[in-house]
Design a protein around this ligand. Structure first.
Ligand SMILES: *Cc1c(COP(=O)(O)O)cnc(C)c1O
Length: 355
């Protein structure tokens, strides 16, 4: 067996310890004689798995009691519709568009009501985060929406926008659990788990209770109502059971690593190795993400050569997003610092050979 250093933006690297544990439990989960994949989601064993996953996540993020934690399906993209369907009581919402994911969410919201783009960084191909300290937030906005870490562009909000009292809704798919957050500053925090937590197919929604109501847009399907899932503790129908089980293991792994403050410190150390090197050679960028680091050589052919040679050396999925080009190293929680150090050593060697 040989594992590569996987710099994919998602689905992405998971902790090796977690994968080994899941492998050990594959055929017989703790004496049940079956895999978690084969188990009733109403069984005692599964009830313990999902309850523990929620309790561990609550502990890690210090989630206040007046927030629900929902394990749902449909990926982050499903939330682009679910959010306006459930929260647009006045049929008005404000969007800050800092990348393709925020733009997609904005476009989806336009289907359901009046979505206002109150700030955008599209003028400079989403290379920065606009000043959000005094935006023209709509009087009757039901919420203000952001994508907190822009996976494709490698930008991240360093301070949250001033929403002037409106609930903040944030897509944190690519920075979930990478550092401590103050949940009470948000109305909704959500993310697809395949970037930093677990297998694709699960989306976690952390939502303030007062935002969960029966009063949703007419025609909202039952499966897209937060209230149904909240009232049934994420077990209204069969949940993505195996995915939630792996997420639960990652939560325990994070707790054993010292929680989110320790993770932040590790992620900063890791990102610094890469940024320090990039500073002296190729890339300049503000609002830098700790999770996704895009870079270029300035020459497309050389970029392609780099991606190819890096993959051959065991550093895979370094190709940038198809709309941006260049390279991107995603260095999520589970990427060991050795992976980044070895990548930088490889880049130095490549630079020596190619300039
Ligand atoms: C990957 C990603 C998405 C899309 O996630 P899906 O689960 O594929 O729908 C949305 N937002 C952000 C910030 C992402 O990184």
């Amino acid at each position: 067996m040989s594992r590569v250093y996987n710099f994919s933006a998602g689905p992405a690297v998971l902790p090796e310890e977690v994968l080994r544990e899941a492998a050990e439990e594959m055929l017989d989960y703790r004496g049940t004689g079956m895999s978690v994949m084969e188990m009733s989601h109403r069984s005692k064993a599964y009830e313990t798995i999902i309850k523990e996953a929620e309790a561990d996540l609550r502990e890690l993020m210090n989630i206040p009691d007046n927030y629900k934690v929902l394990f749902l399906q449909g990926g982050a993209s499903q939330q682009f519709a679910m959010i306006p369907m459930n929260l647009m009581k006045n049929k008005v919402a404000d969007y800050i568009v800092t990348g393709q994911w925020a733009k997609k969410a904005y476009q989806e919201a336009c289907i359901y009501g009046k979505a206002n783009k109150i700030a955008s960084s599209e003028d400079k191909t989403f290379s920065y985060i606009p000043d959000c300290s005094d935006l023209p937030v709509s009087e009757d906005a039901d919420y203000v929406y952001i994508c907190e870490n822009n996976t494709i562009y490698g930008t991240k909000y360093k301070t949250l926008p001033n929403t002037k009292g409106k609930p903040l809704v944030a897509d944190v798919s690519s920075c979930f659990l990478s550092e401590p957050v103050d949940v009470s500053k948000y109305g909704v925090i959500y993310g697809g788990v395949q970037k930093n937590i677990g297998p694709a197919g699960v989306v976690i929604v952390i939502i303030r209770e007062d935002l969960i109501t029966e009063d949703v847009l007419p025609g909202t399907p039952t499966m897209l109502k937060y209230k149904i899932h909240a009232d049934n503790a994420s077990l209204y129908n069969t949940p993505p059971a195996y995915g939630i089980y792996v997420c639960g293991k990652v939560f325990k792994w994070l707790k054993a690593k010292g929680g989110l403050a320790a993770m932040k410190e590790y992620n900063e150390k890791k990102a610094k190795v890469l940024y320090d090197y990039l500073d002296e050679s190729m890339l300049f960028k503000e609002d830098r993400s700790l999770m996704n680091v895009p870079f270029v050589t300035g020459n497309e052919e050389l970029d392609a050569k780099f991606v190819k040679e890096a993959a051959a050396a065991g550093f895979v999925n370094l190709k940038g997003h198809r709309t941006v080009g260049g390279m991107r190293a995603s260095i999520y929680n589970a990427m060991p610092i050795e992976g980044v150090e070895k990548l930088v050593a490889f880049m130095k060697e490549f630079e020596k050979q190619n300039v």
